[in-house]
Design a protein around this ligand. Structure first.
Ligand code: NAD
Length: 262
């Protein structure tokens, strides 16, 4: 029981396909007590029964673009849990129109929304919640390979993930002296609500399956296993890093079966 006696906040549960769900199940199985956030009233109806299944009646509203929600976050988490040991930040958003075609067409408005929800939110949340985190605390966020290298249609979200991974490094230094760690978990492509916003996502799944060393895509359970390592004391010496759970796809420079046509 790696997380016995530990309490965690899970941000980004929408349904049972969410990466946050895979992580929450893994944490619960290892003894953690969890509190969940929900984006809006319709998502609340789905989050409440899932939270209950995971032994928690604790759900709080959080739209990171809503300043009131952000400012009430510390109080709401404190009311439910007192202090917390870990935070899972598993949210991102960009308007669908920004996730197809060429990056050169990205509007300023879409860029700012993507950066606000997918990157700044980590700073805003950590700013408010790190004062109520225990010594040895751990914060993780979800990234994707499209932040390291070009991936078709990922566009502004690739730029956001790159910024997110940099944010992790800077926050890790800020919080290191308090023995709180911050890491990113870069997951391979998984069919979720958020992923359905990316144009031709099916093709991305097929490409990864074919060209990753393990010759398969990862599941939310696979991501849950890696998250468990990062939120538990097993990774107590690890901070500011991006850890990959993508069937080894990130190590591929050129696919083994690549051919050059005439
Ligand atoms: P998901 O749709 O299940 O989760 C996204 C969550 O973001 C939802 O719970 C949604 O409510 C929340 N959200 C969106 N806007 C918000 C806002 N303004 N305030 C608060 N919450 C908001 O999809 P997912 O794939 O599980 O995404 C979780 C994370 O994993 C994201 O950061 C995503 O970029 C990342 N990721 C996904 C994949 C993939 O292929 N699915 C791969 C690597 C990384």
């Amino acid at each position: 029981m790696l997380l016995n006696g530990k309490t965690g906040l899970i941000i980004g549960l929408a349904n049972k396909h969410s990466i946050a769900y895979g992580i929450a199940v893994a944490c619960k199985e290892q003894g953690a007590e969890l509190v969940f956030t929900y984006l809006n009233e319709s998502i609340k109806k789905r989050v409440e029964p899932i939270a209950e299944e995971l032994g928690s009646k604790k759900v709080i509203p959080l739209d990171v673009m809503n300043i009131e929600d952000m400012d009430l976050l510390k109080e709401r988490v404190e009311n439910e849990m007192g202090k917390i040991d870990f935070i899972v930040h598993s949210i991102a958003f960009a308007p669908k129109r920004a996730l197809s075609g060429d990056t050169i067409n990205t509007t300023r408005e879409d860029f700012l929304v993507a950066m606000d929800v997918s990157v700044y939110s980590l700073i805003g949340i950590v700013q408010r919640l790190s004062p109520i985190m225990n010594d040895g605390g751990s914060i993780i966020t979800l990234s994707y390979f499209g932040g390291d290298k070009y991936v078709p249609n990922y566009n502004v979200m690739g730029i956001a993930k790159s910024a997110l991974q940099a944010t992790v490094r800077y926050l890790a230094v800020d919080l290191g002296s308090r023995n709180i760690r911050v890491n990113a978990l870069s997951a391979g492509p998984i069919k979720t609500l958020a992923a359905s916003g990316i144009d031709d996502f099916r093709n991305l799944l097929k490409w990864n399956e074919r060209h990753s060393p393990l010759r398969r895509n990862v599941s939310i359970e696979d991501v849950g296993g890696s998250a468990l390592y990062l939120v538990s004391d097993l990774s107590r010496g690890v901070t500011g890093e991006t850890h990959y759970v993508d069937s080894g796809y990130n190590i591929i420079g050129m696919p083994k079966d690549a051919t050059v046509g005439d």
